[in-house]
Design a protein around this ligand. Structure first.
Ligand code: BMA
Length: 823
C-alpha cells in the first residue's frame, strides 16, 4: 500500500531525457570456459558456472539424485567469462562512464580491452569502475576471470598459525551455505551473479539517498532526506520534489545535501496483523540549469521501532515496540531460496513473503549463513508489513580479523546498509548467527587445540568485527532511530540457563538435544529466534529430483537429500514416541510432516502463552534452497508442508490454547495479539470420536486488544469417566460475529483409537469443496494430480462437521488421506 503525496509530487515532463542512463551488459553475448581450455560455451548473465555448465549439458542436473557428489570438481577450477560488445560514438560522448557489477562471486579479475581494471574479492559488494578511458568506439572486450574461492580460502587459511573452524569457508566473503549446510548441498559457485551495466552520467550523480525521521506524531512528520551526490563540476544545482525546488551549490567531488520535507497528518506504517503497511512515494530529480541530471524514487514507511531491554523480575526484557506499541513477533528464519542465486527471481521473493503473510507472520529473520537478499525481498516485506531481522553474513564459526579482511567487511556493510536502510521493514541489524554461542559452547578450543594466545587472538578478532567495526560503521550510516544493533543471535547458548532470562534464544534441546517436544513448555526465553524440527517433503517434490526406484529409505538419492548427519534417525526416534511408524514410504513422509507440525505447535503455543515474558517466536526455517528433508515449513517448490498450515493457525492474532494444569484440571488460554477487543462465551466440550457429547462447560471471557494472555481454569474435566483415547476437547470462543475454535487431544496420536472415517467431498463450485466425515478423521491430507493449493489442509475433521475449502485451481480428482490410513 502506498500513496503518492500529490501535494509535492506532480511529475514533470522534460524536453531532454534524463542525463543519467544505463546500458545493460548482461544481455550481450557472453561465453565461458574453464581456464586453459580453448572451447567456449554460451553463458547466461547473471548466472553461475554450475547453471551454465548444466544449460550447456556439460553436467547433469546438480539437484538430481546423487549428482552433487560428482560435481565437486567445479569449485576447484578457475573460470573465464567474456563478451565483445560494440560501443558507439554518441555513448562515448558522455562525460562519465562507470562499469558497474552489482555482484561478482567472488574472486574476480576484470579485464577491459586487455587491461586489468578491477580485482574483486567479496560477493556481497557492488563494484564500480570508472571506465571511460578504457572504452573505445567499435568492439570492446570485457573478460572476467574467476579464481577458485575454495583455493583462495585454503591459501588464506595457511597464513594463520592456528585453524579456524569450518576451514576455507570463513576466509571468503561469499555465501557460507554454499559450502554445505545441514539442509543444503555443497555447491561453491562462481560467476557474475547480478546485473552488469554501464552507467552514463554527466555533471553529477546521486550516489545514494537516506532519510532521518526528525519528528513523527499524529499531526506531523518532519523528515530530512540526505543525498550523497558526486559532482564532476562544481556549481549551482537543485533537487526538485515535484514542483518544489531546493537549490544548492555543489563542490567538485562528494557532497552531502539535505532536503527537509513535512507531511501533515501522517499515516503510519504497520506490520501485518496490526494495521496497514502504508508507504509514501517520493520522486526526486537532480537538475542543473533546468536540465535533468539524475533522479531517484524512494518509497518509505513512517514508523518508529524500538528494542526494549529493561531489567525485570526474570532478567532483562527483549521485545520490539512498533509505533510505541509492544508487538509479539511471529515469524521464521529465511535461507536463500536456491543454491544457485541468479535463479531466484523477484517473484520467488514475492511468494516467499506472501507465504509468510498468509501464515500470519509479522517478522522474518534473514539468516547470516546466506546472502543479503535482493531489493525485491525487502520491497515485498515493506508492502506486506513483514518486519526484518537482518543478520550480517557470518554463521556458526570464528572469522579472521586482519586489516584487509576487516576493511573488506566494512565496505560490505556500507554497501548493504546504504542499499537497505530506507526499507520500513528493517527492524534490527544483527552481527552474526551463532558465532558467539559456538565460541562459548561448542568446544572449538579443545577441538582445534588452541593455545591461550590463539584463543585471545581469535576472540579479539571477533570483538574487532562484531563489537567494534560493525556497530561503529552503523553509527556512521544510520540515523539514531533506525540504529538497532545486536551483535550475535543468540546472545547466550541454549545450554545455559541465562539464555532464557535475557536476549534472544535459539532453543535446540529439541532435535539436537533429543528432548521431548513437551520441554518447549518449560524452555521459554524472552525472544525465541530459533527452534525447529525436520519434516520430509511430499513425494511429488522428491519425484522431481529422483527416479521412482529411488523413492525409498535406502537409496543414495534419498539419503543425499538429507544433510543432517543423524537426521533420519532423529525423525524416527521422535516419531516412535508419538506415532505408529508407517511402513509405507509415502505414509512415512506424511507422518513425518505431522510430527513436525505437532512439535512446532507445542513450541509456538508455549511461546505465545508466555506473553509478555516472551515476546517473539521465529522458528527455524521458512524455506529451502533445494528439495530436501529439512526444518522448512515450505519446500523448495513452494509447497506448504503440514507445518506451514499449522503455523497459519498458531499465528492467528487470536488463538485458544490448552495446557494441562494438574491431573484433570486444564488451563484454557485466550491469546489476543490483535487490535480488536473481544467479549463473549467460552465453551469447552468433550466429545467422543463418534461425535457424542460427553461433557461441557461455559463461561464468559473478555479479551482486550494486544493484551497479555487471558487464562481461564477449566475446573474439572472428568477424565476418569471418559475414554481419553476416544475423545477430544473442543474449545470455542464466540464474540459477536467472531468464532474461534481449537481442538485438543488428551493422548498422543499413537494412542488414539481411530476408526476408519467415511470422508465425503462435495463440490460447491469449481474452486470450492465441502468436506465432512462421519467419525473423527485425524490430519486430513488433500492432494491432487495437478498442483493445486488447498487453502486448508492437514486438519482434524470432527464428526459431522462440514468444512468449506477453497482451491487455487480446478481439479478433476482429489485424493484424501488421514492418519487412520497409515495404521
Ligand atoms: C540453526 C541454524 C543453522 C542450522 C540449524 C539447524 O542454529 O542457525 O545453522 O541449519 O540450526 O541445525
Amino acid at each position: 500500500m502506498f500513496k503518492k503525496i500529490t501535494l509535492f509530487l506532480i511529475f514533470i515532463c522534460y524536453s531532454v531525457s534524463a542525463q543519467t542512463s544505463y546500458r545493460n551488459l548482461s544481455t550481450e553475448n557472453w561465453t565461458f570456459n574453464k581456464q586453459n581450455e580453448v572451447k567456449k560455451h554460451k553463458a547466461t548473465i547473471p548466472g553461475t558456472v554450475h547453471t551454465d555448465l548444466f544449460q550447456n549439458q556439460l553436467i547433469p542436473d546438480p539437484f538430481f539424485g546423487n549428482n552433487e557428489k560428482q560435481l565437486q570438481w567445479i569449485e576447484n577450477e578457475n573460470w573465464e567469462y567474456e563478451t565483445h560488445f560494440t560501443f558507439s560514438k554518441s555513448e562515448l560522448k558522455n562525460q562519465n562512464i562507470d562499469l558497474e557489477f552489482e555482484g561478482l562471486d567472488t574472486y574476480a579479475t576484470i579485464y577491459l580491452n586487455g587491461k586489468v581494471v578491477l580485482e574483486a574479492d567479496n560477493m556481497f559488494r557492488k563494484w564500480t569502475i570508472s571506465a571511460k578511458s578504457h572504452l573505445k568506439i567499435g568492439t570492446n572486450h570485457l573478460k572476467v576471470v574467476f579464481h577458485s574461492a575454495v583455493q583462495k580460502g585454503k591459501e588464506e587459511a595457511k597464513k594463520l598459525s592456528y585453524t579456524l573452524p569450518e576451514k576455507e569457508r570463513v576466509f571468503v566473503r561469499k555465501a557460507q551455505y554454499q559450502f554445505g549446510w545441514d539442509w543444503g548441498p555443497r555447491f561453491v559457485t562462481a560467476g557474475i551473479w547480478k546485473k552488469v551495466q554501464l552507467k552514463f552520467w554527466n555533471s553529477a550523480k546521486i550516489e545514494h539517498v537516506k532519510y532521518e525521521q526528525k519528528v513523527l506524531n499524529e499531526s506531523v512528520a518532519n523528515l530530512d532526506f540526505i543525498f550523497t551526490i558526486y559532482a564532476e563540476k562544481s556549481g549551482k544545482y537543485q533537487i526538485k520534489l515535484g514542483q518544489k525546488p531546493f537549490p544548492f551549490v555543489l563542490k567538485k567531488g562528494q557532497n552531502v545535501v539535505k532536503v527537509p520535507v513535512t507531511i501533515q497528518n501522517p499515516i503510519l506504517w504497520w506490520c501485518n496483523g496490526l494495521g496497514v503497511p502504508h508507504q509514501y512515494l517520493f520522486q526526486f530529480t537532480l537538475e542543473k540549469n533546468k536540465k535533468l541530471i539524475d533522479q531517484n524514487d524512494l518509497k518509505i514507511g513512517l514508523r518508529t521501532i524500538e528494542l526494549i531491554q529493561e531489567k525485570d523480575h526474570i532478567g532483562k526484557s527483549f521485545y520490539f515496540k512498533l509505533n510505541g506499541k509492544s508487538v509479539f513477533m511471529k515469524g521464521a528464519n529465511v535461507v536463500p531460496p536456491d543454491s544457485f542465486l541468479p535463479r531466484v527471481s523477484d517473484s520467488t521473493y514475492f511468494s516467499l513473503v506472501e507465504n509468510a503473510k498468509k501464515a500470519n507472520m509479522n517478522m522474518l529473520r534473514v539468516w547470516g549463513g546466506g546472502v543479503y537478499f535482493d531489493d525485491a525481498f525487502y520491497e515485498a516485506c515493506d508492502a506486506n508489513g513483514i518486519l526484518v531481522w537482518q543478520d550480517f553474513m557470518f554463521a556458526c564459526s570464528m572469522y579472521p580479523g586482519d586489516e584487509k579482511f576487516v576493511e573488506n567487511v566494512k565496505q560490505e556493510v556500507i554497501d548493504n546498509v546504504n542499499r537497505l536502510q530506507n526499507h520500513p521493514s528493517i527492524a534490527i541489524w544483527c552481527g552474526n548467527n551463532e558465532n558467539d554461542e559456538g565460541w562459548h559452547n561448542w568446544g572449538w578450543q579443545k577441538q582445534f587445540n588452541y593455545s591461550k594466545s590463539d584463543s585471545t587472538q581469535i576472540w579479539n578478532d571477533y570483538k574487532k568485527v562484531f563489537h567494534e567495526m560493525i556497530p561503529q560503521t552503523l553509527d556512521s550510516l544510520l540515523p539514531k532511530e533506525k540504529n538497532i544493533y545486536w551483535s550475535s543471535s543468540p546472545s547466550i547458548g541454549w545450554g545455559r540457563k541465562e539464555s532464557l532470562l535475557q536476549g534472544d534464544s535459539h532453543y535446540w534441546g529439541v532435535w539436537w538435544g533429543k528432548e521431548p517436544f513437551e520441554i518447549y513448555e518449560k524452555k521459554v526465553g524472552r525472544f525465541m529466534s530459533e527452534y525447529g524440527f525436520q519434516g520430509m517433503p511430499n513425494v511429488e517434490t522428491l519425484k522431481k529430483v529422483m527416479k521412482n526406484g529411488d523413492l525409498n529409505f535406502t537409496s543414495d538419492a534419498f539419503k543425499n537429500h538429507q544433510k543432517h548427519p543423524t537426521g533420519f534417525e532423529t525423525i524416527n526416534e521422535y516419531m516412535a514416541r508419538d506415532y505408529v511408524i508407517p511402513k509405507d514410504f509415502e505414509d512415512y513422509l506424511y507422518v513425518s510432516q505431522l510430527l513436525q507440525a505437532r512439535g512446532m505447535k507445542i513450541a509456538i503455543e508455549a511461546h505465545r502463552r508466555a506473553k509478555p515474558n516472551c515476546k517473539g517466536t521465529l522458528y527455524w526455517q521458512l524455506n529451502d534452497c533445494w528439495p530436501v528433508t529439512s526444518w522448512s515449513s515450505v519446500d523448495y517448490y513452494g509447497n506448504w508442508k503440514a507445518f506451514h498450515y499449522q503455523v497459519k493457525r498458531s499465528f492467528e492474532n487470536l488463538i485458544l490454547s490448552v495446557e494441562k494444569h494438574n491431573s484433570d484440571i486444564y488451563k484454557f488460554f485466550v491469546i489476543n495479539d490483535g487490535m480488536q477487543n473481544y467479549a463473549g462465551e467460552l465453551k469447552a466440550e468433550v466429545r467422543n470420536f463418534q461425535g457424542q457429547l460427553l461433557w461441557e462447560k461455559k463461561s464468559y471471557c473478555a479479551s482486550e486488544a494486544n493484551s497479555n494472555v487471558t487464562a481461564v481454569l477449566l475446573p474439572f474435566v472428568p477424565l476418569k469417566e471418559i475414554d481419553t483415547q476416544n475423545s477430544y476437547l473442543k474449545l470455542a470462543y464466540i464474540s459477536d460475529d467472531n468464532h474461534f475454535e481449537s481442538v485438543f487431544f488428551f493422548e498422543k496420536p499413537k494412542d488414539l483409537k481411530l476408526q476408519k472415517p467415511n470422508i465425503k467431498i462435495k463440490s460447491i463450485d469449481e474452486l470450492t469443496i465441502e468436506i465432512s466425515s462421519d467419525v473423527l478423521a485425524k490430519d486430513v491430507f488433500l492432494s491432487s494430480e495437478i498442483n493445486t493449493f488447498f487453502e486448508d489442509n492437514y486438519f482434524d475433521l470432527l464428526p459431522n462437521e462440514k468444512r468449506i475449502i477453497k482451491l487455487s485451481k480446478a481439479v478433476k480428482e482429489i485424493k484424501v488421506k488421514s492418519l487412520f490410513d497409515t495404521l
